[in-house]
Write a protein that binds this ligand. Structure first.
Ligand SMILES: [Zn+2]
Length: 385
């Protein structure tokens, strides 16, 4: 029996390039007429009545095991764990082989332990039980092109101290910026604080209508843009939405949104700190610089600091907000921009985002003003860090 699973696993690798897989499992709802007096037992999420055919197949679609007859209301996980098939797997009655290293990673293989009949392997590059990691740490996992290039050089020349130091310095710089952002957020939250702080970023383009039929694949969709502004003091996300029919998504639009964000959230604090990524077109340009100068000249703030995270390591609070929106977007379909507004408002019920659907007159020509009053050529804004 053990050899049988190994053969299947080898086939999955050969045919599908998927390692250490001994079968593909899924449930199929077979529509039936509701039996008399069966309440909602057979009523499924597709709003029909059904029984479930759950099947485990090998790499060539051949059935290995099936379970037929579960109620349509049940989910796949529940059906599997209460089925004879699932119970037999749990008790390891099928002689499942021990866990083994992923292909090309045999060198580091260490001990393999068995837990509740399921193979888990205690090493980094083998599938292991996933543990939830604190959300704050997400950014540490990301690498940028510089990280990858330097890591490759260190691997190729392990004795080259210079490259090693460069990589270390780069990581330290990224980490330091991240810590400083955390510190700024904490500072702004102090009751006596005189600092207003926010981070901002543009979400990836949201295309409308979000229909899934195949023709949509080839049709031109309406691009909607969403600038997230996450205020550190209130820990609240503000979203500014507009679509391509109103304006583009360059420095002018970003600056206009920030202007709107500050106008709609007036503060008595005298200092302003902004954190963003290094995108030159959006955040690192003379339009924003002009706005900062304008805000100090009009006595809105005494001091403004715009700080940038290290490129490729710019995980901001807005990104966490966007992840919530993306999650909601997977289950809710939007057709017009107003649907997006509703979706974003409902994305986080506990701490709802404040959404503003911008009007064409919310956009100002900051570029023209900056060109008239600022000569930033010598400053080389895009290159500063
Ligand atoms: Zn990096």
């Amino acid at each position: 029996m053990e050899e049988y699973w190994k053969t299947i696993s080898n086939e999955f690798w050969e045919v599908w390039n998927f390692p250490n897989c001994i079968g593909a499992l899924d449930g199929k709802h077979v529509v039936i007429e509701a039996p008399p007096n069966s309440c909602s037992f057979y009523f499924n999420y597709k709003k029909t009545f059904s029984i479930v055919l759950m099947a485990l197949v090998d790499a060539r679609y051949k059935f290995i095991a099936v379970d037929i007859g579960a109620y349509g209301k049940s989910n796949d996980g529940g059906i599997f764990s209460s089925s004879k098939m699932g119970k037999a797997f749990k008790k390891n009655k099928f002689n499942i082989p021990n866990g083994r290293a992923l292909p090309e990673t045999m060198r580091n293989e260490r001990k393999i332990r068995r837990s509740e009949g399921k193979p888990y392997v205690t090493k980094k590059n083998v599938m292991v039980e996933r543990k939830k990691e604190p959300k704050e740490e997400i950014s540490c996992k990301y690498t940028c092109s510089k990280c990858d290039l330097l890591s490759a050089e260190v691997a190729a020349k392990p004795r080259d101290k210079h490259t090693k130091n460069m990589l270390e310095l780069h990581h330290k710089k990224a980490e330091k910026a991240r810590q400083q952002m955390k510190q700024d957020t904490a500072l702004s939250q102090l009751p006596t604080s005189d600092i207003c702080m926010f981070s901002m970023d543009l979400e990836q383009v949201l295309s409308l209508p979000s229909l899934t039929h195949s023709q949509m694949f080839y049709l031109r969709q309406l691009s909607c843009y969403n600038l997230g502004v996450h205020f550190g003091d209130s820990n609240r996300g503000h979203m500014f939405l507009w679509h391509e029919g109103m304006s583009g998504r360059g420095g002018n639009e970003i600056t206009s949104c920030v202007f709107e964000a500050l106008n709609s959230n007036p503060t008595v604090k005298r200092k302003l700190t902004i954190w963003s990524d290094n995108c030159v077109g959006q955040n690192k340009n003379k339009m924003l610089l002009f706005l900062w100068i304008y805000l100090t000249l009009t006595d809105k703030f005494d001091e403004i600091n715009h700080k940038y995270l290290v490129s490729g390591h710019s995980f901001l609070s807005c990104d966490r907000d966007f992840a919530q929106i993306e999650k909601r977007k997977r289950v809710e379909k939007c057709e017009v921009p107003m649907d997006l507004v509703k979706l974003i408002v409902h994305a986080t019920p506990n701490n709802p985002f404040i959404v503003t659907l911008l009007e064409p007159n919310n956009f100002y020509d900051f570029k023209k003003a900056a060109d008239m009053y600022l000569n930033t050529g010598k400053l080389q804004i895009s290159k500063c860090s």
